[in-house]
Structures are given as C-alpha cells and as structure tokens.
Design a protein around this ligand. Structure first.
Ligand SMILES: Cc1cc2nc3c(=O)[nH]c(=O)nc-3n(C[C@H](O)[C@H](O)[C@H](O)COP(=O)(O)OP(=O)(O)OC[C@H]3O[C@@H](n4cnc5c(N)ncnc54)[C@H](O)[C@@H]3O)c2cc1C
Length: 236
C-alpha cells in the first residue's frame, strides 16, 4: 500500500489517563483508508504559523474500521506536537500521510501471538488485537501490558471486556508501583516468564520507547527467547 496524503477531522477525544488522550479521526478525503494493523501515520503539525513539522503515530484502531482511525498520544512536556494535539477540538481538521512501517503480523498466523507493551506502546498492539478478534482468530492471544500505576493502564475496561467474551484472549495487566491493586506486579518481563513458560508456539510483538523495548528484548533473550521470535517497533 503506497503512502497517501489524507485530510481528516477530529471525531472524538477521550481522556485515557492523566497524560494520554485517545483521538478518533474521521476521514474526509480520500476514502477509504487502507492499512495493516501495526502500521503508523505521519501527522502534519502546524508550527509557529509558518512551518509544518511531522510526527509519527501508530494507528491504535483496526483496519476494518476504514472510515475512522484512532491514535493514542502521550503528552510530552514542551513537545510541539503534544501542544498541538492538546489544543485540538472535535471538528478540527488535520492532514497526514500513511500508512507507513513494516511492524505487522507475521504470516501465516500458525502461532500464538504474545503482545508486550508499556504505556502508549500498546497503540499498534491494540490494532493487531482488535483485528484478530474481528477475524475470529482462534489461537491464544496474550497481552502483557505494563504501567507504573493502576490508574495509568490504558484501555483497561475495553481489554477486560474482550477477555470476558473471548476466552482465547489473555489480558495480563502488570503494575510496577501498585497502590491498591490485586493483579500482577513488577515488570512485564517477569509476567512473561510466569505465563509463557513455553515459547515454541509463539511470536512476540513489542512496541514503545526505544530504551524500554531494548530492555525487554535483552531480558527475554537472556531468558532463552530467540531473536527471530521478537518483532518490535522502537520509538526514538
Ligand atoms: C513509528 C513511531 C510511532 C509512534 N507512535 C506514537 C504513539 O502512538 N503515541 C505517542 O504518544 N507517541 C508516538 N511516537 C512518538 C511521537 O512521534 C513523538 O515523538 C512524540 O509525540 C513527541 O513529539 P512532540 O512533538 O510532542 O515532542 P518534541 O517537540 O519532539 O520533543 C519535546 C521534548 O520532549 C522530549 N521527549 C520526546 N518524547 C518524549 C517522551 N516520550 N518522554 C520524555 N521526553 C520526551 C524530547 O527529547 C524534547 O526534549 C511514535 C514515534 C515513532 C517513531
């Protein structure tokens, strides 16, 4: 799929945590929007009234929702794009290009996918999970999702609802600095070792800030997971 320029409008803004917002955009032109779960967009951000800067954002929604797409954006203190997104209102228009990237599900899907992320790194993994649920994928799907505090777990009720109706979706949220939390604690590498003792039928997908992804890959490799099983998108 070649990258295309698109115009879209803000359809809905959700507060996902104290510093993360979910943005749903409706495409105006051209339509429809085709991409593979896991890919990202380049958003064009007006800056200083003169220039346009570009920032990459993973698509957090599934490809079958072809009239709209969602982004999950963390506010970065002093960030140019962050300031722009935090000022957007419903109905505002945006321009972008996409889809971009090769972080997509490996075919054929004759394995159990294990998704691992912290924070907004869950965005492309959510797209992959929603896609697999949509196509009624029957093998086990794991999501090991880590956050510092329980109130910063993103899409918590959505993932729990999917797990309630799809027994093959295993959602394991893990909190590193729990306050009033009865689930898994620590880091997702530890949760991985507890829940996935046998990696032979798995492929592992990771996404997020470079240092986090590198640290997780290092730990998994030390635990005996081969490099070939690790698929990741690192945000620099
Ligand atoms: C392929 C790809 C996909 C991405 N997908 C997403 C996504 O889905 N959601 C998302 O929120 N971001 C995502 N990013 C990161 C995004 O592109 C921007 O880098 C991020 O939003 C910051 O942009 P900004 O203009 O607000 O900050 P900038 O103006 O670029 O930076 C301002 C200052 O903040 C620092 N900074 C930047 N990011 C961080 C950070 N995370 N923590 C602490 N300091 C920081 C910078 O070093 C600089 O000093 C992705 C990046 C890539 C490469």
């Amino acid at each position: 799929m070649p990258a295309t320029q698109y115009q879209a409008v803000v359809d809905r803004i959700d507060i996902l945590s104290y510093n993360v917002r979910g943005f749903r955009f409706r495409l105006i032109h051209p339509q429809p929007f085709e991409f593979k779960a896991g890919q990202f967009l380049i958003m064009h951000v007006p800056h200083n009234g003169k220039t346009m800067i570009k920032r990459a954002y993973s698509i957090a929604s599934a490809p079958h929702e072809s009239q709209t797409f969602e982004l999950c954006i963390q506010h970065v203190e002093g960030g140019i794009a962050s300031a722009y997104f935090w000022k957007l209102k419903e109905g505002d228009s945006v321009s972008l290009s996409g889809p971009h990237g090769n972080f997509v599900l490996k075919e054929p899907m004759d394995y159990d996918p294990v998704f691992m992320a912290t924070g907004t790194g869950v965005a492309p993994l959510r797209a992959m999970i929603k896609h697999l649920i949509h196509v009624r994928f029957t093998r086990d799907i794991w999501l090991l999702f880590g956050c510092r505090y329980e109130h910063t777990l993103l899409y918590e009720s959505e993932f729990r609802s999917i797990a309630n109706v799809r027994p093959n979706f295993h959602y394991i949220p893990t909190v590193s600095r729990p306050k009033d939390w009865h689930g898994e604690t620590g880091h997702i590498q530890q949760t991985f070792q507890k829940y996935i003792p046998d990696v032979s039928h798995t492929e592992i997908y990771l996404c997020g800030w470079m240092e986090v992804v590198k640290a997780i890959c290092r730990d998994l490799e030390s635990a005996g997971v081969s490099k070939q099983k690790l698929h990741y998108e690192e945000w620099a």
